[in-house]
Design a protein around this ligand. Structure first.
Ligand code: ADP
Ligand code: MG
Length: 244
């Protein structure tokens, strides 16, 4: 595959004697939306965290945009600037306003002036449907609104790939739709995305490819209609029977 945004080969990760990722090959093309599914404990979060070296691989290679980020000589801070990450729990700074949360990284890292960061924050808040929350404190927001601020904050560094780790799992059901809408908008704009989610509707509608992981290996992958309607592997079948 040419133009690979993410190129993971033979990735292994152990925590002590817990061998969590067992020889993962995982590629993501530019502008591709990949949805990663699988049972709890299968290693989905660990794989995502290896992509920006929040976890150090035990062995194997992780390249982002052709740059080997498992190489300790690579400037990981620079590589991370291009990788946005959104977690299940939003981790907003509660002592800062919404606007300040979004402006913090680009200003601290010298990417934007305060004024430019502020006008960008306002634009990003429009993108996520929260233009009236610029001066709000995070604790005044609902979970779904906080998560949309977290997405805006990740976008503030102008990343060219976004990683989402169960972004809607901690939300009340009525909040899920608004967050998924923002993610759909990003996908339609051509953002390269890796999304761990149990929202199979999102996967069916937006994924270019679905990857099913179990027990630290990629068991099966393909177009959503193939994986969901004609799973080839018994483990995929039994997982889908439980979640769909
Ligand atoms: P998933 O996201 O698919 O639920 P995880 O990647 O979170 O799976 O976890 C896979 C395995 O790795 C689990 O057995 C988990 O306990 C273990 N694990 C994950 N992170 C750590 C860590 N920081 N230290 C020790 N074990 C971990
Ligand atoms: Mg996880």
């Amino acid at each position: 595959m040419a133009n690979l945004k993410v190129d993971v080969s033979d990735l292994n990760k152990s925590f002590g004697d817990n061998h969590v990722l067992k020889g993962i090959d995982f590629k993501v093309a530019n502008n591709e939306v990949v949805v990663l599914i699988g049972p709890s404990g299968s290693g989905k979060s660990t794989l995502l965290r290896c992509l920006n070296r929040l976890e150090d691989p035990t062995s194997g290679k992780v390249s982002i945009d052709g740059e080997d980020i498992s190489n300790t000589k690579t400037n990981i801070d620079h590589a991370r600037e291009n990788i946005g990450m959104v977690f299940q729990h939003f981790n907003l700074f509660n002592n800062l306003t919404v606007g300040e949360n979004i402006e913090l990284a680009p200003v601290e890292l010298g990417k934007l002036s305060k004024e430019d960061a502020a006008s960008q924050a306002k634009k990003l808040l429009e993108t996520v449907g929260l233009e009236d929350k610029y001066d709000a404190k995070p604790q005044s927001l609902s979970g779904g609104q906080k998560q949309r601020v977290a997405i805006a904050r990740a976008l503030a560094m102008n990343p060219d790939i976004m990683l989402f780790d169960e972004p809607t799992s901690a939300l009340d059901p009525e909040m899920v739709g608004d967050v998924l809408e923002v993610m759909k908008k990003l996908a339609k704009e051509g953002m390269t995305m890796v999304v761990v989610t149990h929202e199979m509707g999102f996967a069916k509608e937006m994924a270019d490819r679905v990857v099913f992981m179990a027990d630290g290996v990629v068991v099966e992958e393909g177009k959503p209609e193939d994986v969901f309607d004609h799973p080839q592997n018994e483990r995929t079948k039994s997982f889908l029977d439980k979640v769909i």
